[in-house]
Write a new protein. Structure first.
Length: 421
């Protein structure tokens, strides 16, 4: 079996990180959720994070969707403004997103190869990996996955097609990505009836008009068909209701098809290049457990904002445990002390109106004891337009309340309010 080699290829022993839970987000003010530890949002280098997960999760994750950097050698910015004209990008308020810059192809493969090996170890015996790349590096990744999983374990090469403007004038517009679908063995989850789509109207009419259509084989037209291995879904730039502003965000319908096909309710779905958090959002909606991580603070901020927004709207379903990598390059999650941000009257918090325009979200732990922050009340700025709510009703009030405020620019503030003070 051929394998891909390069001068620096090796299998380093990953150095495990210690993952420290920093906060738990509870929807609907519930603090006694039975599965509060089963959903994880982790800030840290995914090589260390995956190594830290091995003792508990090796051979137990049912589905991994991986959307790593594409070897595009671009720097991507996140759009953090609200209500801006999507047709005027020069007026957008931007912040650092992530870098997809590499010294050379060897450098990129040195990043990708050990991470794919850890994903293979974390997958259950019936688990599935979907690796999402494009023309820059998908051919190299396929050879690596053949080596790790076995050539015969490539189940599908899926092409995601989409429309959009392009500056290319010397070649055909590049408007597709490739998703490599690998399984560990022949016994894997594939819920064929959960992903069927309607037959085209022309197909239905053809079978109605002729008994000889389909060479005499009559499909179940009402049941629908299994999708082909090319999928058309619009990019998120065209889906205003989904946009978070995080670069290269993937559409929910794309992840919904993958998650429905290759996992069941209650299964564990993981995404270690989580980005905007679409995998977590869709997995939660489909009643799957999830583990997602990213090395970029902006990504974790975006994902947490999505869950805070859902919780504030009463759409949150499950608790989310938010952890930090605590060894090696420790991500910073420092909350500056703040006075006068909120006032407490009874069980209601009122936000200082001068702070409202700069906030992405704010949340409260009504019974703060130091250490673990338990967010049971949240208020978030609407994704598209509108103002953030300046009043927050607490389900209960303990001896002291911790309020955390996160600004659009990434600044984090914290105020402690003692009852009766």
């Amino acid at each position: 079996m051929p394998s891909l080699t390069w001068p620096t290829k090796h299998q380093p022993k990953p150095i495990s990180a210690y993952l420290k839970t920093e906060a738990i987000l509870y929807p609907h003010g519930e603090r006694d959720l039975p599965n509060e530890t089963e959903n994880h949002l982790i800030l840290g280098d995914n090589l260390r994070v995956m190594a830290a997960l091995l003792p508990e999760y090796e051979g137990k994750i049912d589905l991994i969707y991986a959307d790593p950097p594409f070897f595009s050698n671009q720097r991507y910015q996140a759009r953090v403004g609200r209500g801006e004209d999507s047709r005027q990008p020069e007026e957008w308020e931007l912040a650092k997103g992530y870098q997809d810059k590499w010294k050379n192809l060897d450098d990129y493969l040195d990043m990708l190869y050990p991470r794919l090996r850890l994903m293979h170890r974390l997958l259950s015996p019936t688990g599935t990996l979907y690796l999402h790349l494009d023309w820059h590096a998908n051919s190299y990744a396929r050879v690596l996955l053949d080596e790790i999983f076995g050539y015969e374990r490539l189940t599908n090469e899926i092409v995601w097609t989409y429309h959009g403007p392009s500056p290319i004038r010397s070649a055909f517009n590049r408007k597709h990505d490739t998703i490599l679908f690998y399984t560990k063995n022949n016994n894997y989850t594939f819920n064929v009836d959960d992903v069927r789509v309607p037959y085209a109207d022309s197909t239905v009419e053809t079978f109605k008009s002729s008994k000889k259509a389909g060479f005499g084989k009559q499909p179940n037209l009402k049941r629908g068909k299994v999708p082909e291995d090319w999928w058309y879904f619009p990019v998120v730039a065209r889906l205003h209701s989904e946009r978070t502003g995080y670069p290269t965000q993937k559409p929910e319908r794309l992840l919904e098809r993958i998650i429905r096909a290759s996992s069941n309710a209650g299964d564990i779905v993981a995404d270690f290049f989580a980005g905007s958090g679409t995998t977590a959002a869709v997995a939660s909606r489909l009643e799957r457990r999830f583990i997602v991580s990213d090395a970029q603070w902006r990504a974790i901020h975006t994902i947490r904002s999505r869950f805070v927004q859902d919780a504030a709207l009463g759409e949150g379903r499950e608790g989310v445990r938010i952890a930090l990598q605590r060894e090696g390059e420790v991500p910073q999650q420092v909350y500056a002390k703040q006075r006068g941000a909120v006032k407490l009257r009874g069980n209601a918090l009122t936000l200082n109106p001068n702070l409202a325009p700069s906030l992405d979200y704010w949340e409260a732990d009504p019974d703060w004891g130091g250490g673990l922050f338990r967010s049971v009340a949240q208020s978030a700025r609407p994704r598209r337009k509108g103002e953030i709510a300046t009043e927050l009703e607490l389900p209960f009030v303990g001896n002291q309340i911790c309020i955390r405020l996160v600004k659009v620019n990434g600044d984090k503030l914290q105020q402690i309010v003692k009852r009766g003070a």
